[in-house]
Design a protein around this ligand. Structure first.
Ligand SMILES: CC(C)(COP(=O)(O)OP(=O)(O)OC[C@H]1O[C@@H](n2cnc3c(N)ncnc32)[C@H](O)[C@@H]1OP(=O)(O)O)[C@@H](O)C(=O)NCCC(=O)NCCS
Length: 170
């Protein structure tokens, strides 16, 4: 795999926005919801934000951008704010190479740990993180729906799991 990881620069913007759309496509698929917005503007803001504790990297293979990683250094904790690999390039070690970069940077910045937030439905990403050593559980987000839309969001697909002994919809 002839892969390079380098810092993001503004010429990469369009390619990264495209990767952001693939991230949303993935969430549309797992939540069976075609109405999840692409959020190009939000990602553009993230990509153009300049801050020494906000770090952006791209994975490049044969001159094309195949992955994006955004890290936020918050004192002892390095958060993986964003990680995506191009749809046709998954499962070949690109994500792992990006996570190794995250570890290298976090150590260099003196962090004690790396963390990521992940949608409970994104079981593949949870497996990916687990394989990369993110195997300690922190805060859990819990919800109760209050409207028809909320109920649709959480109950309609009937996806249920048992987590720490409790039955949960996800
Ligand atoms: C999650 C993602 C970044 C992983 O990148 P990737 O390049 O496909 O992952 P890699 O090929 O480097 O895999 C690294 C390890 O994770 C495992 N892994 C990756 N995807 C997996 C999956 N779908 N199911 C099970 N294991 C998986 C691999 O088996 C590999 O393990 P190994 O080291 O024992 O071989 C990529 O699938 C992606 O972009 N997904 C959509 C966006 C997304 O969900 N991002 C995370 C949001 S929080």
């Amino acid at each position: 795999l002839s892969l390079t990881i380098r810092e993001f620069n503004e010429e990469d913007l369009a390619d990264c926005i495209h990767l952001g759309r693939e991230m949303v496509d993935h969430h549309r698929a797992i939540y069976e919801d075609e109405n999840i917005p692409y959020g190009d503007e939000e990602l553009k803001e993230k990509l153009l934000r300049r801050d020494e504790n906000w770090l952006k990297f791209v994975a490049v293979e044969n001159n094309s951008i195949v992955g994006l990683l955004i890290l936020e250094i918050r004192k002892a904790t390095c958060e993986v704010d964003y990680i995506v690999v191009a749809k046709g390039k998954r499962g070949r070690g690109v994500g792992k190479t990006l996570m190794n970069k995250a570890k290298e940077i976090a150590i260099k910045k003196g962090c004690r740990e790396i963390m990521a937030k992940v949608a409970a439905r994104n079981v593949e990403a949870i497996k990916f993180y687990n394989k990369n050593g993110l195997n300690c559980l922190g805060m859990i987000e819990v919800f109760t729906p209050l409207s028809r839309e909320g109920e649709e969001q959480w109950y309609k697909r009937g996806k249920k799991t048992v987590f720490l002994g409790f039955e949960c919809y996800y």
